[in-house]
Every structure is written in C-alpha cells, then in structure tokens.
Design a protein around this ligand. Structure first.
Ligand SMILES: C[S@@+](CC[C@H](N)C(=O)[O-])C[C@H]1O[C@@H](n2cnc3c(N)ncnc32)[C@H](O)[C@@H]1O
Length: 352
C-alpha cells in the first residue's frame, strides 16, 4: 500500500479541506473522502512522504490533524490486536518502533463518535501490548503512532510528526466552560487563543488594553478580562452578568465599524456577524492606521466557494498591509467551536 496523507476535518467540510490542501500543495494524485476526514494518495509517494515531514497543521485552516498512513488493517471480532501488531511488524524499517506514544482515534462524525468508548478501552490494551514489546518510548520515539478507526472492523495505521501535528486527540483542543462567562461563545475565543496564538501569556498581559467589536453579551470580553486586560466593549446590545458591571469593561453602544480607539491598543477582537470581506477590510484598516498590534476575528463564510472567499479576504489584508509597509503574520483555523466560519489571528511583526 502506498502511504497517503490522512487529514481530519469538521464533518461537512471535507471538500474545503481538500480544496485548501490542493491549492497550497499542488500534487498529482487521488482523493478519497470519508465523513470528517480525507485521504490523499499522491502519484509520487516519495514526494508525499517528504512533504509530510514539513507539513505543519497550524498552517492549514480546515485540517485538524495531519498524518501519513502506513497500512490499513481489517480487524476480526474476536482478536483485534493481532492484525495490528502483525501490520506494525511488517512496516518498513524507517517506521520501526519505538513510537513516542500511541493514540486511538475515530472520525468526529455521527458514525465515528460511538467509537470513542471502544478507542479508550482498546487503547489501554494496545498500549500494554506495545509496552511489552518495548515499542513505546516517550523520549527516544521519533513519531507518534495513530490508529484511526473508521469502524470496529477497520483501522488505518498512521503516524504524526509531533512537532508539526496537532497536540490534541482528534485535533480538537479541549476547552472547559469557565464559571461566570456570560455566553458559550467565550469557548471560541479561549480555543482561538490556544490554537492560534503561540505563547499567548507573553502577548496578552495584565494592564494591556483591548477592544471587543460586537461584544454582547460578553463571552469574548470575559476572556480578555480574565487575562487582565482593560476592555472597550462595543455593541448596541446589552452586556450580561459580571461583564455588565466589571470595572475593567467600558461598554459603548456604538457601531463597531465606526468606533476607533482614542489611543493605540494591544488587542482587537471581533465577532460581528457580517460579510467576511467587510470584516477583513475593517481589520486591515485598524492595522494600517496603527490602532492595534494583535487581532483575533471571525470570518463567517458563505455556503459555497468558501476557500475562494478566504483567499479574497486574505489578499485584501495582504494588499493593505503590504502597501502600508507592515510585516505581519496571519494564521487561521476552523475551530471546533466554529461552524460556518473560521477564526483568524493577525499580528504585526514589524513596520518597515
Ligand atoms: C455573535 S454575537 C457576539 C457574541 C460575543 N462575542 C460573545 O462572546 O458573547 C455578535 C454581536 O455583534 C453585534 N453587532 C453586529 N453588528 C454590529 C455593529 N455594526 N456594531 C456593533 N455591534 C454589532 C450584535 O449586536 C451581536 O451582539
């Protein structure tokens, strides 16, 4: 079997995942689509294996996890372990044990979710078997082994390069609902900060100032305040709970497209439901006018041609910032808490 790239994504977004990957890495080959994942087998499997060595999941928007498959195994009802250990024994020497760890996973789909309990129980058995064979070594292992179950009787044996792959099972960061938050959308910003902002504690610090456009009822403001920021919360709607009375929150009933801060601020967050290009234009404007250093914003995507819309918005930001002599980094992800949208992080690196 030739190795294939196995990409996890949100169910229903397989075509977007595929389209984005093909746009960024135009290789000839064949796609196979499941629910919540896609597989890509390139004509040149050496080239694909090379690409996997440098493929960074943080640089892909619709992909939650990046793996390279090594084998597909059919599993009996009585003994599921032997076909797996046999397949591992038969692997090319390049992929010989020890593995850094072993994760058992399934698609994040209606068909896949019921496999979660089985993966936990069987995971303990697989791990014990690999320990016995001295095939697991957290320090010396180069790759992480993934067993991806599409059903109880079929699994892909695949691996991840831990430095470039998602550090979360299923590629989904687990975020707990904080007590006192006024809305569940607080989870979205919490997840965005975990997924998109490296070393967030260094970049978002007490005493900094933030602006939240489209802030009500206050879930995102809650996150900023939790990091010690003073926040201008812009929304015609009401803030709720603590966010309505917090001494570090200044609620202004203004239009988020017109508001500009009296002095430059450290953070801008924006969760207004609007045309994506209009949001991209607004964010670009804040950066080119020097109002802000970091921004997290949502782009609500159309039903069709989502990738084309993302490219249009990113081009718009690139043109504006490039013309203004601003160097920047822009990363984006369709988060677990995002539905028909993606979340972006834009940061100014320097002004030329
Ligand atoms: C999805 S909700 C924001 C939820 C918020 N992030 C939270 O965590 O609680 C979108 C908000 O944007 C506000 N909004 C939409 N257009 C706006 C505009 N032009 N100016 C200010 N607020 C706007 C709406 O009133 C609504 O409260």
């Amino acid at each position: 079997m030739n190795p294939a790239l196995l990409l996890y994504c949100r169910p229903g977004f397989e075509a977007d995942c595929q389209q984005e990957f093909a746009a960024r890495h135009p290789l000839d080959g064949r796609w196979q689509t499941g629910v919540g994942y896609v597989l890509f087998e390139a004509d040149d499997s050496y080239e694909l294996a090379q690409l996997h060595q440098s493929l960074d999941v943080t640089q892909l928007i619709f992909t939650r996890q990046v793996l390279l498959t090594l084998a597909k195994v059919e599993l009996g009802e009585r003994d599921r372990l032997t076909p797996i250990t046999d397949a591992l024994d038969a692997l090319d020497a390049r992929y010989a044990a020890p593995w850094q760890a072993v994760w058992l996973e399934h698609p994040d789909s209606d068909a896949g979710k019921p496999l979660s309990g089985f993966c936990k129980r069987f995971g303990a058995i697989v791990e014990a078997a690999l320990q016995k064979r001295k095939a697991l070594d957290a320090r010396r292992g180069r790759y992480r082994l993934h067993l991806f179950f599409t059903s109880m009787s079929e699994a892909w044996i695949a691996f991840a390069k831990p430095a470039l792959a998602s550090p979360w099972p299923l590629g989904i960061a687990r975020v707990r609902m904080p007590t006192g938050a006024p809305s569940r959308s607080t989870l979205k910003l919490a997840e965005a900060l975990m997924m998109l902002v490296p070393e967030v504690e260094k970049k978002m610090k007490p005493g900094m100032v933030g602006v939240d456009l489209g802030a009500a009822p206050g879930g995102w403001t809650f996150q900023l305040v939790s990091h010690g920021l003073k926040v201008f919360a812009i929304d015609n709607g009401p803030m709720k709970g603590d966010m309505a009375i917090h001494p570090h929150v200044k609620h202004l009933r203004q239009d988020g497209f017109k508001f500009r801060p009296p002095n430059p601020v450290d953070w801008l967050v924006c969760d207004m439901v609007e045309q994506p290009a209009r949001i991209a234009q607004l964010i670009a404007d804040w950066f080119t006018r020097g109002h802000v250093r970091h921004a997290v914003f949502n782009l609500k995507l159309p039903m069709k041609k989502r990738w084309a819309e993302i490219e249009r918005c990113f081009d718009l930001i690139d043109n504006a910032l490039y013309s203004a002599g601003i160097d920047y980094e822009l990363t984006a992800k369709q988060l677990y808490h995002d539905r028909e949208e993606i979340t972006c992080y834009l940061t100014r690196t320097k002004v030329r």
